[in-house]
Write a new protein. Sequence first.
Length: 427
Amino acid sequence: MPTAERTSSSSSHTALDLTWVRSQFPALAQTINGHPAVFLDGPGGTQVPQQVIDAISDYLSRNNANTGGAYHTSRNTDRMIAEARSAMGDFLNCAADEIVFGANMTTLTFAMSRALGRELTAGDEIVLTLLDHDANFSPWKALEEKGVVIRTAKFNEADCTLDMQDLAAKIGKRTRLVAVGYASNAVGTINNVAEVVRLARQAGALTYIDAVHYAPHGPIDVRALDYDFLVCSTYKFFGPHMGVLYGKREHLKRLRPYKVRPNTDNIPNRWEWGTLNHECIAGINACVDYWEELGRRATLAVTTRRAAILAAHEAIHQHEREMMERMIAGLLAIPGLKLYGITDPQRFENRCATIVVRIEGHSPLDLATKLGERGFFTWDGNYYALNVTEQLDVERLGGFLRIGLVHYNTVEEVERLLAALREIVEG
Ligand SMILES: Cc1ncc(COP(=O)(O)O)c(C=O)c1O
């Protein structure tokens, strides 16, 4: 979704230095059965640059300690975590104390649903969508046991876009929360989250935005769009396996998380339970450093870290757009192939480069296996977007084949994938 920030930063020239980018990711140099490995599995998890690997290793080698101790490595750990919060604050455009670290998005969302659930009473309503990953569905649906009413907004099957009229109709006087994905990890649709926030606000409801799939593809500005909560997972945008929750300070202070007694009541730590994965938090710091460096290389004029991150997004956007255009045009030319989602290039600003298809006579698993033998890493199945595969009636057929492009992929890889798919289909 183009945001105001993207528009304003596009006035300066940005270009992705793809040779440099690829040299940062050691995993990209692998071969499979003599074929170069092509990572089209970004929606399931991206590769990490060397600096993330080094930061994790360095932390374990020299600073491995628990927090809050009166000695060198523990203090270094405290400092490092504070720096990582501030780095993620720049990534999402919020304050450091509004950043909560957790094991992953799903765990953070279950914790938040339990805390929010404490405030809800029978008859209160939560609005969800059928386009969402199950991690932004089941944790809220679990509150039905308290008498909370779950209302689900549909999506348009023709282009897999959210039915905004239906969403608007589902939001009412009893709505307490609207939980919506920023972008679909299955069909790639980018939702109009600004409109979702507007509708929720009008009804006095809170918003919970799942930005896990969107984060590697577009800039996030929690202040500009005034979300109450937003969640993402660093392993989807070139960092380690962890989740991050942004919560508006007033909510993080007011709500009551379930927690152990000795844990502080200060934010954001009251939302973090037990010992965190410190080495991965060190990796998050390095991940944001990578984004910053990418942006500074793309646009020399940037000054702040936030501006560099936005410049990186601008460069990534152009590159992903070019790859997506070629990929979708090439896929649509394959006989017997059906692509689910937006296919009209005029509307590509409303989708990201995550593409799902089915091909007549070939199961998604069969296609993914054959592609895998040729070095192409794709996914088959439902990717936990269970409502999507059920509504489109492909769950019983093995779901879709998903091809996901991120900025370290190349146009040449796109052409090779298309050639391999054609070869498989022609037998
Ligand atoms: C859109 C979306 N939301 C949520 C999740 C769950 O994220 P996590 O693995 O961090 O729990 C995923 C994971 O694939 C996802 O793609």
